[in-house]
Every structure is written in structure tokens, then in C-alpha cells.
Design a protein. Structure first.
Length: 84
């Protein structure tokens, strides 16, 4: 009888605990960085340009990007040598 009561209490507590842990966001509490690269030359060459390590600055950049009204656009590319 005591095992049934224990299971009836332990299972809901375990489910609630798993839900709380899965909803926690450790990214906001940890150190965040943004690394920017600069295009160099005609090939796919990039070099490190700037790195932002301060969480306040990273959050400001995230807010700016989230506030932008992004637009989905269809791009048509014409290739002279290899028609698409």
C-alpha cells in the first residue's frame, strides 16, 4: 500500500521537475559572444573582424535583429553560361 502512494506522489513530482528543467534557459545566464567576419578578396576568404563578449552588448544586438521587419524575397538569378 505504501509503495502505491509513493508512486502516486513521485511520478507527478518527477514529471513537473522534468518540465521545469526543460523550460529553463541557460543561454541567457551563460557567457554569450558574437563573432563578425569580414569578406576578403574574390574567393570565399573571410578574416575575423570583431568579437563582442559582453552580455549586455550581445543582448542589444539580439534585440536589434529581432526588431527588424524581415521580408521574404524571391531571387531570380540569370546565368549566361549555365542557364538554370
Amino acid at each position: 500500500m505504501n509503495i502505491q502512494i509513493c508512486n502516486q506522489v513521485a511520478v507527478p513530482i518527477g514529471i513537473i521537475f522534468m518540465f521545469i528543467v526543460s523550460c529553463s534557459n541557460d543561454i541567457e545566464n551563460g557567457e554569450q559572444t558574437i563573432e563578425a567576419q569580414k569578406y576578403m578578396g574574390n574567393e570565399n576568404n573571410y578574416e575575423d573582424f570583431k568579437e563582442i563578449n559582453h552580455n549586455e552588448r550581445v543582448n542589444q544586438v539580439k534585440d536589434i535583429i529581432n526588431d527588424i521587419e524581415w521580408e521574404n524575397a524571391k531571387v531570380s538569378i540569370y546565368s549566361y553560361f549555365f542557364p538554370i
